[in-house]
Write a protein that binds this ligand. Structure first.
Ligand SMILES: Cc1ncc(COP(=O)(O)O)c(C=O)c1O
Length: 436
């Protein structure tokens, strides 16, 4: 990188910091050591920063570009819709109808579906709907799961050890009553859920069926089935937050893989390959409580909901996922990477558990089975973050933040995996040398 290019990037970052608090538009984008990072362009499996450095991108914006950045089919559909039908704010457009039909056809739990713009909106409406339907107060979430920025769920994600088992809000400004009305259980602990349902009036159980916000903690055999049974028994609404797992793990989401059907499902991220669209769907008897049906009690609105251009992007994404062997390709790359990484750590004698599902992978540096968040407290954070910083020197980007997962897209290749394996070995070794 030339010093002029670095100065230009530094100058842009300084301008950003002057007018944007912290210089970025989401708290998770401010990463130690990357304060000056300015992204200039993206293409397929890569992004380029303002100094001209090209990185193979495994961060993938926390998951949306499943087809790769700037997918030509999706982008053409968005542009075409943008030229022909703009946002109106009354009635419905044909593309919204077609998208809803496609979603209902693909995702097992969806009898009816509403469109929103972000995952947080979808989970917000899911919980409000559950409270409306049941007349109950509490919601139950799991330590390590993230469901967006709103008050009922913005807590207990990547908690420090001393906060596990207590309420750990992500933000100030949340009313104590709201924090109090959220119950947090350990993932994979059905007995804890059963106790909570016995003791409290729980409107909804909400979970990522695979908690990917802490990498990948797989549900133990029978856990999702048991949640289904308990929710049905107690009249509690079961919400699968498939904002990450939806589309990425299959057109029917992880619920189709697991064979467990929730009452409500939230979708987002990969749904339109990076364009802002999300959805909430589920049983008709619940969805029909929304005020989109006149006189019904659960208020639902949003200026940008069902935007024709982003809806067209979602439809084009789904059509491509149906038409082309996208899942076969990304699952193959994921498997190759996970197997290769585990072999590599075993060979060089570094305690590690390589986890993941489908296109997602993560290397935890610990020596124990990973069943719940507690196990991840043993992760060697310094190595986890340190080798990722080293990887950037090889033009490879895995987000250097503790427990964050990495993703393959349709645009990645087997050569990318091989380069990743070779570079990871070097990056881990170099990082370990620095702390000897
Ligand atoms: C599982 C899950 N649910 C909900 C959200 C919130 O989505 P958004 O950031 O689009 O509001 C996220 C975001 O990372 C997520 O990972």
């Amino acid at each position: 990188m030339s010093s002029t290019a670095a100065e230009t990037q530094g100058h842009l970052a300084a301008r950003a910091a002057t007018v944007i608090p912290g210089g970025v538009n989401s708290g998770q984008r401010q990463v130690a050591g990357l304060e000056n990072l300015v992204i200039a362009s993206t293409s397929g499996s890569t992004f380029t920063d303002a100094t001209g450095r090209v990185f193979t991108d495994y961060h993938a914006a926390f998951g949306p570009p499943l087809l790769g950045h700037n997918d030509p089919d999706v982008d053409a559909a968005v542009a075409a819709a943008g030229r022909s039908v703009d946002l109106i704010g009354v009635g419905v457009t044909q593309v919204e109808i077609e998208l809803a039909e496609r979603l209902v056809a693909n995702v097992p739990s969806l009898e009816k579906v509403l469109l929103t713009a972000t995952g947080s909106e979808a989970t917000f409406h899911a919980l409000r709907l559950a409270r409306t339907a049941t007349g109950r107060r509490h919601v139950l979430k799991f330590q390590g799961c993230y469901h967006g920025w709103h008050d009922s769920v913005a807590m207990n994600v990547i908690s420090p050890a001393e906060r596990v088992g207590t309420k750990d809000p992500l933000s100030g400004g949340i009313l104590p009553e709201v924090i109090d009305a959220t119950i947090v259980c350990p993932f994979n602990d059905a007995a804890a859920v059963e106790r909570a349902l016995d003791e409290h009036d729980v409107a909804a159980i909400i979970l990522e069926p695979i908690p990917h916000n802490i990498g990948t903690v797989l549900p133990q055999p029978g856990f999702l089935e048991r949640l289904r049974e308990l929710a049905s028994k107690h009249g509690t609404v079961l919400v699968f937050d498939e904002v990450i797992t939806g589309f990425r793990h299959g057109l029917g989401g992880y619920q189709a893989v697991a064979g467990v059907t929730p009452d409500l499902t939230t979708l987002g991220k990969a749904m339109a390959n990076g364009w802002p669209v999300s959805a909430l769907g589920g049983k008709a008897e619940l969805m029909d409580l929304f005020s989109t049906t006149p006189g019904r009690p659960a208020f639902f609105a949003g200026t940008f909901n069902g935007h024709p251009a982003t809806s067209a992007g979602a439809l084009a994404t789904i059509e491509k996922l149906e038409r082309e062997p996208v899942h076969e390709h990304v699952f193959g790359l994921g498997e190759r990477a996970r197997t290769g990484l585990q072999r590599l750590y075993d060979r060089v004698g570094i305690p590690a558990v390589v986890s993941g599902f489908g296109s997602v992978f993560v290397s935890y540096f610990l020596a124990r089975r990973v069943v719940s968040y507690d196990d991840l407290l043993a992760n060697d954070v310094d190595l986890f973050v340190g080798y990722r910083r080293e990887l950037m020197k090889d033009g490879i980007f895995e987000l250097p933040l503790n427990l964050k997962r990495s993703h393959f897209s349709y645009a990645h290749t087997e050569d990318d995996v091989d380069r990743l394996l070779e570079a990871t070995e070097g990056a881990v070794a170099r990082h370990l040398e620095t702390r000897e």
